[in-house]
Ligand binder design. Structure first.
Ligand SMILES: [Zn+2]
Length: 139
């Protein structure tokens, strides 16, 4: 699993306009550019092991070569719903309490329509969580 303490080299950490290759821990890592839809280009590392385009190296192989997974890939459906519900609440300034506290009040300068729409979405997730939770523990 990918953890934040793991050493990473992000393509954005390189100086603007780098071309060709860079040396990472004594290994030549090639940089490829792809065109963007609205103009310009985007740089990618080419993984020295599998030749796959990637934005982050750990530090000389890509995520797939090291068989690293994101934490969200190990979540069950209930955890996924809970994470989404908490994310909705965090957009409105809630920092703690999960879904057990009242939905946060409308942030200053947010339209009431936007607030109610977001609240409705969050409540739909929370209703799903309760329904799923009840079905898991009643069976
Ligand atoms: Zn790779």
């Amino acid at each position: 699993m990918i953890c934040e303490a793991q050493r990473q080299l992000h393509i954005r950490s390189l100086p603007e306009g780098v071309e060709g290759f860079v040396r990472v821990d004594g290994v030549h890592v090639y940089i490829e550019r792809t065109a963007c839809n609205l103009g310009g280009s985007r740089a990618w590392f080419l993984c020295p092991t599998c030749n796959r385009r990637c934005a982050i190296l750990y530090p000389v192989k890509c995520r797939l070569c090291l068989r690293l997974h994101y934490a969200s890939e190990h979540e069950g459906s209930l955890d996924r719903l809970l994470r989404k519900a908490i994310k909705h609440r965090a957009k409105h300034g809630q920092t703690s309490g999960g879904i057990c506290v009242l939905f946060p009040s409308k942030p200053k300068r947010m339209r009431w329509h936007t607030y109610f729409r977001a609240r409705k979405h969050a409540e739909a997730y929370e209703t799903n969580i309760v329904t799923k939770f009840v079905s898991v523990f009643s069976s």
